[in-house]
Design a protein around this ligand. Structure first.
Ligand SMILES: Cc1ncc(C[n+]2csc(CCOP(=O)(O)OP(=O)(O)O)c2C)c(N)n1
Ligand SMILES: [Mg+2]
Length: 777
């Protein structure tokens, strides 16, 4: 029995060791081919990171072909993308054609991409840190689904990040650690490729053991894999203890230099430093240079046995940080060199590497090149029966029907208040859509009008929590029950976390087969704080509704530090996010209904609503056609007469000023139009797409804004105005060649009341009238 087990284990280790070598070869070869063999047309560097890959192949072999469970999901450090492609090449999911086209159009992407790669990619990565922290939030989403009966506990898995050690410098990692602790994070593994090298340099020794402290403080188990089996065996021999102590106190930079220099340098240095200690010299002399170099770099992260033992030992649900010591470029001539991040083997080095791998020229892409038939067959079998080969994609999540949105009335109201009331009515009405809503906010739930929804639907807590204020009968408008069925995930004030949670919630269908409809609120100016995480979520094609409120200088007394100016441009510039700025309550209802539908469409996207707290008079509707136009991005609030000489064009909260200016000018400018732009973003996208289509054989139909502005005279003038960067609307002059007089905010604001601020920043009716006059002078 024991013998069989030992043999099984030996077979397993041997198989994983060989796979490790395959991954090392294939990742290096894929990069080499793209840079040195494939024809180049542009003189630009193709790039790729052979050293970053080599650092991780053993970790990835042990994880993917041994430790990974059928429901586990992995986020792979961006620069190890080629290793992930090699794994899927061995599994039969990646084609040789795509590897040949690595970093080319339609080829394997530089960094793992959920949407652009053909292989299964659980998490996109690229912007370091974000792809790590997102796994913690996906674990929280998994808990949410289990608590809501949408996922069987047996179908849960671990959310795993394979990360570079320099990612530990990103602040969003620590924001996430704190939030994770508050939410009792579980089922999350982060494996650090601890090669102690970043892009520019070897990393600071002072951080040694500090990471352990930080993670343990936040409730994580920390498993350090410092030494491989060869090193541990060496340490057990006479003189070995001194070598162990020497390694433990060796600086990162010293270790890297000696690694690069190789066996003779190790020997010289060890003898100089500790050669006089008992047994050391004899021990070192017992090894030739190659052996000595191999043992000295046999760190935990390169030792399959050490790795599988560590993974096997952590079978509970505690969040676990594995600090796997590695050498950047391990097994390659780049190993240890401080400049190896973008370093690449030259053709001669690659040839030498190929020869040492036993791979004949011309067989470089063969999956099992250099192995005997029996070994190749056994490995193919091993790979085909590994747990990852049994992973299946989550079943397609059926769409959730979107009912008619609750209607707002004509009482003066702000778009933010309308949003809050609609969320409340949805919560009260119940039904499938209401049950799939998940709200979140970075400590601004009350001030963004989500409180009433939370009163209805509760705060999500895996285990119920008492409301001490409620029990003490202290009056409060916020009666937030905390329980497992709660639908609001309250976050601390860290916008990176907020956007990463939205990304994770918005990938629920793809990851877990259950659609959620995430709605997140944030103060509009602080979108900028989490912008890269927002971009990350959009890049990964996560689907959520983002509500930025309040916005602009219209929040007046709050002052310049809270006033958002450039968010309309962010909305326009962000792919994967359809941005709207409604002016009236019924527009909010309309656009929320549209958003819940659009978020679910295969060709849809996330949606951003820029809202305000300023209550304004509402517009009675006489003609229902406005709604379809509003969804397309703009509608005539006051239709121009055919061939009119001018139009006022506005977005959002300055509607009263635009209406007042329209009323004042209508007599002087016959047929003056008033265009309400609900989405500069959509108008611009459709406009440029329509122009491109005409030139590339697509449909010749004019875009929405071309049609609308076609109602005006060819030499008409436009006065554009919004509470935000004027460039969001001033481009409209380019659509039909109209002259433009643009108004908007292009300076930091200051405190004040609305009349003062609108006058100072030229958003009032006077300014619109002046701008019109300027057009006709
Ligand atoms: C947010 C962000 N900033 C900068 C970069 C550029 N960059 C790519 S990799 C890297 C350092 C990577 O070091 P590490 O995480 O330790 O990875 P490894 O040593 O394994 O290559 C940097 C700065 C990036 N990808 N993302
Ligand atoms: Mg590193």
């Amino acid at each position: 029995m024991t013998t069989t087990m030992t043999r099984d284990r030996q077979d397993l280790i041997a198989a994983l060791d060989t796979i490790n070598q395959r991954l090392l070869w294939l990742s290096a070869w894929t990069i080499h081919h793209a840079n040195h063999i494939r024809e180049k047309r542009d003189g630009l560097k193709v790039g790729g990171h052979q050293a970053s890959c080599a650092s991780m192949t053993a970790i990835m072999a042990a994880l993917y072909f041994h430790a990974l469970g059928p429901n586990d999901k992995v986020s792979v450090k961006p620069h190890a993308g080629p290793v992930l492609h090699a794994i899927h090449y061995l599994l039969g999911n990646q084609t040789r054609e795509r590897l040949l086209a690595y970093r080319g159009l339609g080829g394997a992407q530089s960094y793992p991409s959920r949407t652009k790669d053909a292989i299964p990619v659980d998490f996109s990565t690229g912007s370091v840190g974000l792809g790590v922290a997102v796994t913690a939030f996906s674990s929280l989403v998994q808990d949410y689904l289990v608590a809501h009966g949408a996922l069987a506990p047996a179908d849960t898995g671990r959310m795993i990040a394979l990360m570079g050690d320099a990612e530990l410098d990103e602040g969003n990692i620590y924001e996430c650690l704190i939030e994770g602790y508050k939410h009792d994070l579980r089922n999350c593994w982060w494996v650090v490729d601890y090669n102690r090298q970043s892009l520019d340099a070897t990393t600071a020794d002072r951080m040694f053991r500090r990471f352990d402290d930080i993670f343990e403080t936040c409730g994580w188990r920390v498993v350090t894999l410092k030494h491989g089996r060869l090193q541990r065996e060496l340490f057990a021999r006479p003189g070995g203890r001194a070598i162990e102590q020497w390694i433990d106190t060796c600086s990162n930079a010293d270790f890297a230099v000696l690694t690069y220099q190789g066996g003779a340098a190790w020997r010289e240095r060890l003898i100089a430093d500790i050669g006089s200690k008992r047994g050391v010299r004899a021990l070192i002399d017992s090894m030739d240079d190659a052996t000595l170099a191999r043992v000295m770099t046999n760190l935990g992260g390169h030792c399959i046995e050490t790795l599988i033992d560590a993974f096997d030992a952590c079978q509970d649900d505690r969040p676990t940080l594995f600090i796997a010591y590695t050498v950047k470029g391990h097994g390659l001539p780049l190993a240890g060199h401080k400049d190896n991040h973008s370093g690449m083997m030259n053709p001669a080095q690659m040839d030498q590497f190929r020869a040492t791998m036993g791979i004949a020229p011309g067989t470089e892409w063969d999956k099992w090149a250099g192995l005997g038939d029996n070994q190749a067959r056994a490995l193919a079998d091993f790979v085909a029966t590994s747990p990852i080969a049994r992973q299946t994609a989550a079943p397609a999540a059926p769409a959730i029907a979107v009912p008619a949105m609750p209607q707002t009335d004509l009482t003066e109201q702000s778009t933010q208040a309308a949003f809050g009331r609609i969320m409340l009515e949805l919560a009260k009405a119940g039904g499938d859509l209401a049950d799939r809503l998940v709200t979140t906010a970075p400590d601004v739930t009350q001030t963004t009008n989500l409180g009433a929804f939370v009163n209805q639907r509760g705060l999500f807590r895996r285990s119920a929590c008492d409301d001490v204020f409620l029990r003490a009968r202290i009056p409060s408008a916020q009666k937030w029950q905390q329980h497992a069925a709660g639908q609001h995930i309250e976050l601390g004030i860290a916008e990176n976390n907020f956007f990463l949670l939205l990304a994770s919630l918005g990938l629920s269908a793809a990851h877990f087969g259950t659609r959620l409809l995430p709605v997140g609120t944030v103060y509009d100016p602080f979108i900028a704080r989490g912008l890269d995480a927002l971009n990350y979520g959009c890049y990964a094609d996560a689907r959520f509704l983002l509500v930025g409120t309040p916005s602009g200088i219209t929040l007046a007394a709050e002052g310049g530090a809270h006033q958002s100016i450039n968010t309309p441009l962010i909305g326009m510039g962000q792919p994967g996010l359809a941005s709207y700025e409604p002016a009236f309550g019924d527009e909010v209802a309309l656009l929320m209904g549209h958003a819940f539908d659009w978020m679910q469409r295969p060709d849809g996207s996330s949606v951003y609503l820029r809202l305000s707290t300023r209550a304004i008079a509402q517009e009675p509707r006489h003609d229902p056609r406005w709604a379809a136009d509003a969804i397309s991005g703009a509608y005539w609030l006051r239709a121009p007469a055919p061939g009119a000489g001018a139009a006022i064009v506005f977005s959002g909260v300055v509607a009263p000023e635009a209406l007042a200016a329209w009323a004042a000018l209508a007599d002087d400018i016959p047929g003056l139009g008033l265009l309400n732009v609900t989405s500069p973003d959509l108008l611009h996208r459709q406009w440029s797409a329509a122009r491109a289509a005409r030139w590339t054989g697509g449909p010749r139909a004019p875009s929405h804004i071309e049609t609308l502005l076609g109602d005006l005279a060819a030499d008409a003038g436009l006065i554009t105005v919004l509470d935000g960067a004027p460039a969001a609307l001033s481009w409209l002059g380019g659509v039909r060649g109209h002259r433009v007089s643009p108004l908007g905010t292009d300076r930091f604001g200051q405190t004040g009341d609305l009349p003062d601020l609108y006058r100072t920043y030229r958003l009032d009716a006077e300014a619109i009238i002046d701008a019109a006059a300027e057009l006709f002078l």
